[in-house]
Design a protein around this ligand. Sequence first.
Ligand code: HEM
Length: 485
Amino acid sequence: MLPSLVLNLHRFHDYLATVLGATGGSFQARGPPGMRFLITCDPENVRHMLVSSFVNYPKGEEFASFFDVMGDSFFNADGESWRRQRTRVQHIMSASGLLGFMARWCRDKVETGLLPLLSYMEDNNAPFDLEDVLTRFTFDMTAMPVFGVDTGRLSTDLPPTHVPTAMDAVMEVGFFRHTVPVSCWRLMRRLKIGPERKLAEAQPVLRRFVDEMLERRKKKKLKGGVIISEEQTAGSRAAPDVDIASFYMDDPEYVDEGGEPREFLYATLINYMVAGRDTVGATLAWFLYNLIRHPRVADAIRAELAPIVAARKLKSATAADDTMVVFEPEETKPLVYLHAALFESMRLYPPVPIERKEALAEDVLPSGHRVRAGDKILISVYAMGRMEGVWGEDCAEYRPERWVTAEGGAVRHVPAHRFASFHAGPRSCLGKDISVAQMKCVVATVLWNFDFEVVEGHVVEPKLSVILQMKNGLLVRAKRRRVVR
Ligand code: HEM
């Protein structure tokens, strides 16, 4: 397979989808010693590995070495360490006020950062990279709950994005390490050449970022274990009662006797940034891209939003002015078609397109394939979303209606082993509900207030990375919609 893989590397995910489509959903591949792969997108295999035989399919030590910047944190961990960390994350996410704050902060950031920047881009009357704008937005949106600090990447002077770029490098090099023998990338790492050079430059940037955030965080007043931020003292409704870092700051596993961060703390905080920023950023970019390409769907979403705007007009005499509409998370939460359009985009463009596991013991998969202990498993979530056997003959079409129940009143339930964009089983995403709520609110507001047009000739295609970002960004022009309300 090697020659055909090399020839198709630039379109890796589509190539895998084609091969998996032609092989009934699974195939085995052999590389140099130590590279025995089973590649699958068969939902029954996925259920077996991620749910029923979960303990036999950890991520494995090799996986952890691919993402060394995230050390022993929950993304890399297996077994007891992963279980303990996951319980802790669950506890943090359910801590009083955190999810509510995340929803409010996102909504406020749309109003005070994202909409003004899009207006500024429109006034400039020049094409701009919408993916870059969304990356800035999700970076600010994630850093605040993690550190309690506003990183301010969304301002119109477009401050440098070396930290998001360093995060991207971690994911690109992580992908590269999947594709070559371990000895090869280790040698390149030692010599600091090729993609490994990019990672070597990224690591200190991320470390300095965490140091800077912790320093800024420290400057805030601590009162009874609760962080009182500058913003809060100033009376902003967007200030957090509690941030994620505060849950780790008294723990000797994460902080030394002098209060200095240990490696585990750096790794864990970077892990939170990656979990929140990279996934949401990629999803928003593909979602808006799909809406630009399918005006019928964009119009249907606007039709679903129109009654909310009309109801507001009834309540407020000033509603007919030219101000932009910002939707509240509570308003967009119940919207079924918007939700369906989001999931349809995530089906075709899952932000985490590949999951990797390693078999602990020999096993036979539901597809009949035999795996040996140590075999690497690649689950192509991207291909699964494009399989005719799973989604029907129109699987290549962007058609949100497939997600709406026959009665039309609800989003159809699809089990996670068939729609694995948020993973499935014991390791499934802990940020699913909050991120869905946030993304619905963001897209509703952006779509209500703006029309976009992709610049002619601009090619949109996935980058080779562990996160499904766009290789060339998303070059668009924006135009304010002035809706007579
Ligand atoms: C579009 C939005 C998101 C998508 C598609 C997504 C997807 C995923 C996926 C595929 C995994 C499994 C990764 C793996 O182990 O290989 C995961 C895990 C996780 N996600 Fe999300 N995620 C999203 C947003 C978020 C957000 C906003 C947060 C929290 C702020 C979050 C927190 C987590 C955590 C803590 C895990 C680790 C679970 C574990 O290892 O037990 N996610 N997510």
